[in-house]
Design a protein. Structure first.
Length: 399
């Protein structure tokens, strides 16, 4: 069987340690990017109120005019490319808004918004493993934790700083090493939970590492100290960085765990069936919000989907109203009620089920119905229409 190579543009992210001069230059760039974005957004909002539209070319002309004013002359001190890229990002945001794929763009905050600047090929030089950005006399001191693909030539470089003060550089380039894996008949149903992070239709369960709980005491202590610091003081800034470092450590561990799990699932299975969970609504439950957020179900699904696209696999999201827990995977009987406290139950047919394993088996069956019969799933990612997997599976099992 032939193995195809997919043309994948992939971002490789590394940590780097800037000099004082580089840090100052990048901080100025972040501020100018934010200023230009907000100015352009304000101009387009005012035009929108007048029932007019401002496109990218018009906002670019505005940028040129802003640079010529005395008040905004400092915009000339940084590279012009990140400023132009900020306008392009705003144009994409408005395109998504008019396409009803996103809400109206919001202004960037100095304290809360992500600090980043994007450089295209004309604003950086990458040669022999050294990266030098425009307006800088020295190359960035990058920690190459993994090699770039052979002969890789980055098309875009994004520099960012997180809330913990760590500096990162992301290089976007083609990765010819990503290939579609050989097709296999293996399929798996995946049920997400809290007692166990994931339960598979094979009966295997992945323990919930509960990353946030490990640092909960340290996090609470750091947050109490932060709350006592005077507003806008240097001590408050230090305390905020300590809180951010704990959050970053938790997020890093969580991301590492999910990467390992999703990579393994995609390599071993051709079809992966998950439930279309509405995490945004589920976290409104105050008793479970912290545990659900720590489980990172949305991040798990995102990783699973883009890796499946890379390697030629298929991810099926079954309708969120599919009664996977209440449906007997053996005879198809639908139980009237199934409280969360019930972890095992016995069907009228005499089959005893583990709640999560049974749910994963039902998800797999519903996913196979999608593949075989063209049943619809939620959300509709390809062709709309078709009977829902839930209705097909129930009607098929009824006597």
């Amino acid at each position: 069987m032939s193995v195809t190579t997919s043309q994948v543009r992939r971002a490789f992210k590394y940590r780097f340690y800037p000099t004082d001069a580089q840090a100052a230059e990048l901080s100025r760039t972040f501020g100018c990017v934010r200023k230009v974005y907000n100015l352009a957004l304000a101009a387009r909002t005012e035009a929108w109120a007048r029932q007019e539209r401002v496109n990218y070319n018009q906002s670019s002309a505005m940028l040129t005019a802003w640079k010529q004013t005395e008040e905004l002359a400092y915009l000339n001190e940084v590279s012009s490319v990140p400023l132009q890229q900020a306008l392009r990002h705003l144009q994409v945001a408005f395109t998504n808004f008019f396409g009803k794929r996103a809400r109206y763009p919001r202004f960037k905050s100095r304290k809360k918004s992500r600090k980043s600047a994007e450089y295209t090929a004309s604003a950086f030089r990458f040669r022999d493993g050294e990266l030098r950005l425009a307006k800088m006399s020295e190359s960035l001191r990058i920690v190459w934790s993994r090699p770039l693909p052979d002969g890789a030539s980055p098309s875009t470089v994004t520099v960012s700083q997180d809330a913990a003060g760590r500096w990162f550089v992301s290089l976007l380039c083609d990765d010819p090493s990503i290939k579609h894996l050989p097709t296999t008949d293996a399929a798996i149903g995946i049920d997400a939970g809290l007692d166990h992070l994931l339960t598979f239709s094979t009966g295997e369960k992945i323990a919930n590492p509960r990353h946030e709980r490990r640092d909960r005491v340290a996090l609470a202590k750091a947050q109490r100290r932060l709350a006592k610091k005077a507003k806008d003081s240097a001590n408050r800034t230090k305390a905020r960085h300590k809180v951010a470092k704990i959050h970053a450590r938790i997020a890093d561990r969580r991301r590492d765990t999910l990467h390992k799990i999703t990579t393994r699932l995609v390599r071993e299975n051709q079809t992966l069936v998950i439930e279309d969970l509405t995490v945004r609504n589920m976290v409104k439950n105050r008793k479970l919000a912290r545990a659900i957020s720590d489980a990172a179900w949305s991040q798990f699904r995102s990783m699973l989907e883009y890796k499946a696209a890379w390697y030629g696999r298929e991810v099926i999201a079954v309708d969120r109203w599919f009664p996977s827990s209440k449906l007997c995977s053996s005879c198809g009987t639908l139980a009237d009620e199934m409280p969360l406290s019930v972890r095992a139950w016995t069907c009228e047919c005499g089959m005893t089920h583990d709640r999560d394993v049974n749910a994963a088996k039902n998800l797999l069956a519903a996913g196979r119905a999608v593949t075989a019969c063209g049943a619809g799933v939620r959300p509709q990612r390809s062709s709309p229409g078709g009977q829902s997997a839930m209705k097909q599976e129930i009607s098929r099992r009824e006597p």
